[in-house]
Design a protein around this ligand. Sequence first.
Ligand SMILES: NC(=O)c1ccc[n+]([C@@H]2O[C@H](COP(=O)([O-])OP(=O)(O)OC[C@H]3O[C@@H](n4cnc5c(N)ncnc54)[C@H](O)[C@@H]3O)[C@@H](O)[C@H]2O)c1
Length: 251
Amino acid sequence: MKGRVVVLTGASSGIGRAIAEEAAQAGARLVLVDVNGRELEGLAEAMARAGREVLAVPGDVTVGTDVERCMAQAVDRFGRLDALVCCAGVMYFGATETMAEADWDRVLSVNLKGTFLCNQAAIRHMLRQGGGVILNIASQFGLVGGPYLAAYCASKGGIVLLTRALALEYARRNIRINCLCPGPTSTPMLRDLVRSASGVLREAVVGLGTTPVGRVAMPTEVARAAVFLLSDAASYITGCALTVDGGWTAG
Ligand SMILES: NC(=O)c1ccc[n+]([C@@H]2O[C@H](COP(=O)([O-])OP(=O)(O)OC[C@H]3O[C@@H](n4cnc5c(N)ncnc54)[C@H](O)[C@@H]3O)[C@@H](O)[C@H]2O)c1
């Protein structure tokens, strides 16, 4: 990873932030992207003070022109783009019969369309420079269903198959494309969910956090697997959906 230029979306918080720190420790140069510009600037400043090579680029992954601008700024600053991690994501947790169309659109737009736009834009640069690595953050709910998570499951299942389709399309052109399927992980997304759920939804949330290993993941445990898939140690791995879920999908 030493010197590799990694563009990372959803970098301001949770799993994305942990991947940024883990990749920086492995020597990567980072382009951090997030719609939450204030948190992003704070993170980038802290990392720069710690001696990391880092550029913060506020942007919305659902907007094609933003995505193009983020990739272009990465190449302008560092001269190349070796890796992309798509971690930006949102969740909607609630009964399907009362879900608003706008909530469906938001989840599919950020999670699935955003991942597609970022993959497409990065691939264009990677083809020009002769290769690269992409890692999409899906979820255990890209592999199995979950109650009250229709849009989220649809979006994450979409990421798993988007990843596999692109991996096959670009395998001969030296671009490896994988996804990671984390289980419940201690981040603001999970904490907000636990805080906001009541009644029958509360019971369902407790079920989501119940794993065979008896605890939720720490973001660094997911980040270590992410850095492995980005690194040359994973040179023969493409098109995979790696679970980091404490056994959640094993049963
Ligand atoms: N926490 C979990 O239990 C868990 C489990 C499996 C998968 N995941 C996935 O991991 C990823 C990170 O989740 P997290 O738990 O760290 O969540 P989080 O809410 O802590 O972080 C998500 C980040 O994405 C950013 N974001 C949202 N919409 C964006 C947009 N349109 N453009 C750019 N950035 C945007 C947010 O600002 C935030 O910084 C998500 O894709 C999530 O679905 C999380």
